[in-house]
Design a protein around this ligand. Structure first.
Ligand code: LMR
Length: 336
């Protein structure tokens, strides 16, 4: 063997030895979220990670970081855009600061009466169109994940709008939610989810709104004496990924991940209602929070006070988008 061919043989040996190690290196997807593991989103994320491990034979590893362990609200979206994490499932109320206020349509009080109405939007062309609007931000919208319908809570009994006057309440970073609270005479405070328990405990805020699953798993029942089963608005999520990362995945891997997303989405959306119902029961059993169920007249009074928020936000969200949602769900603000 001459010198040149022996170097070539040596190189070949090195390359061959390195190849299996390279092939074994898993693609890692960091998936950050802010809620407890034992919630609709927490369970769907863990289920997704399990499916991905199984279906890719370990080629792709999804590392789930729950409970704001890695990033909290306000940080996680930036981390995704910078590629520090690859996947998130932020609440639809948190896309406004990104410059996509369309998703705040989901925050409009009473726009959905139940999951069936909601799914007409999230599983139809309107929902798909909204996810597409994320692409110029370097984000790919992959699916909608359900949580549930929100209840108000405070340390005083709440029944009708007059009971809310002068309270300070924590909200997510949504202009619609800001208007919703102001319509009740509440002073809204935007705050990261991870800080809510302490803010309630120390009296920085008097109350808040959340689906029961978040309320219970964050132990808010320890620091809130009353919960009004107002079910006045929806809270759910968009499953999103860093677009550059996603587009750069090998096509077969992306296909498998897409299949896992469909399965995990069905799983999470199937358990969401029960998770919330179970949380209401757990709160009741704790004996720490009194659960107030409004009667028909009280519910109507709340609805009348809050539905005017829809009109206020036509300019930001788009009158056409709001109208197209009404058309899907049959909601008519003039018929209350
Ligand atoms: C909240 O901040 O109240 C929620 O968006 C938390 C969540 O992700 O469910």
């Amino acid at each position: 063997m001459n010198r040149r061919s022996s170097i070539a043989a040596l190189l070949l040996t090195v390359v061959c030895a390195a190849a299996p190690a390279f092939a074994q290196q898993a693609i890692v997807i960091k998936f950050s979220h802010v809620v407890a593991k034992d919630t609709p989103k927490g369970k769907a994320a863990d289920y997704f990670a399990k499916l991905v491990a199984e279906k890719t034979g370990g080629k792709v590893k999804v590392e789930v970081y729950p409970n704001s362990q890695l990033y909290k609200d306000g940080e996680e979206m930036e981390a995704l855009q910078l590629g520090a994490v690859q996947m998130l499932a932020p609440s639809l109320a948190k896309f406004g600061p990104l410059g996509v206020p369309d998703f705040e349509a989901f925050d409009l009080p009473y726009i959905f009466d139940n999951y069936d109405e909601l799914h007409k939007v999230t599983m139809g062309p309107i929902g798909k169109g909204m996810l597409k609007r994320l692409e110029p931000k370097g984000i790919i919208g992959l699916a909608y994940w359900d949580n549930g319908f929100k209840d108000f809570s405070a340390n005083k009994p709440l029944h009708v709008p007059a009971d809310f006057k002068g309270l300070k309440m924590r909200i997510q970073s949504s202009k619609v939610l800001d208007s919703e609270m102001r319509a009740l005479g509440v002073n809204p405070q935007v705050m990261a989810f991870s800080e809510v328990y302490q803010a309630l405990q120390t009296g920085v805020v008097d109350g808040t709104e959340n689906p029961p699953s978040n309320f219970y798993t964050q132990k808010m029942h320890e620091v809130q004496k009353y919960m009004l089963r107002s079910q006045h608005g929806y809270l759910g999520y968009a499953l999103i990924a860093n677009k550059k990362f996603w587009d750069g995945l090998p096509a077969d891997v992306r296909k498998t991940l897409d299949e896992c997303i469909v399965e995990a989405t069905n799983y999470g959306n199937d358990i969401a209602k029960k998770e919330n119902d179970d949380s209401v029961e757990a709160v009741r059993k704790s004996g720490k929070t009194t659960i107030i169920v409004p009667n028909a007249a009280e519910r109507l009074e709340m609805k009348k006070a809050l539905v005017k928020v829809h009109k206020e936000h036509e300019g930001r969200i788009g009158a056409e988008l709001i109208k197209s949602i009404y058309k899907e769900t049959g909601f008519d603000p003039d018929k209350l």
